[in-house]
Design a protein around this ligand. Structure first.
Ligand SMILES: [Zn+2]
Length: 183
């Protein structure tokens, strides 16, 4: 019995290692391949522009909102606009835009308006599946697994990596932990 349990654990472990790419990671990798060159820190605004998506600095009616995506229906090219809180810090805006791109790629078939309050971006306690997926997409777009591990291998410094990838220190740390690097 003990042997069977051990074997089961081992196989489960192997499967987890082999291919447990989330839908967010899969889609982010596709987008990176299609819209960026290899090994460069990505610019989510440039990706949006290539897709014909306008990115607008906006003043929302409430400070609670960080970003929004509006997909204009009835258009073949799925024209869309991303609104981002005008006075958020640049790293914050990058994450917001990447998150809205996540909605665009993953959820815009069934929904046209996405409004994101700041609380949506907090990694814990996010119960809505679509928000979790958009955050996961954003993390994978801004901090692609292989590039993160490569740069981490060269530098080993969270501060350096957070600048390199243009994300907050917290987001960088969280991403590294997610990739099995304890920092
Ligand atoms: Zn969202």
């Amino acid at each position: 019995m003990a042997e069977i349990i051990e074997l089961f654990k081992l196989q489960k472990g192997v499967n987890t290692m082999l291919d447990m790419r989330t839908i967010g990671e899969e889609k982010a990798q596709e987008v990176l391949q299609a819209y960026t060159s290899q090994d460069e820190p990505i610019n989510p605004i440039a990706i949006a522009e290539k897709l014909g998506i306008k990115v607008i600095n906006a003043e929302f009616t409430t400070d609670m909102i960080s970003g929004a995506l509006q997909v204009h229906p009835g258009d073949d090219s799925r024209v869309a606009t991303i609104y981002v809180k005008h006075d958020d810090a640049p790293v914050r805006k990058r994450f917001t835009i990447a998150h809205e791109l996540g909605h665009y790629f993953l959820h815009a078939e069934s929904q046209t308006d996405f409004i994101d309050e700041q609380s949506v971006f907090f990694r814990n306690g996010q119960k809505n599946k679509e928000e979790t997926e958009a955050n996961d997409f954003a993390a994978n777009l801004l901090m692609p697994r292989e590039l993160v591990l490569k740069i981490w291998g060269m530098s080993g410094d969270v501060e350096f990596l957070s600048h390199y990838f243009g994300v907050s220190r917290t987001a960088m740390k969280y991403r590294l932990n997610n990739l099995g690097v304890s920092v």
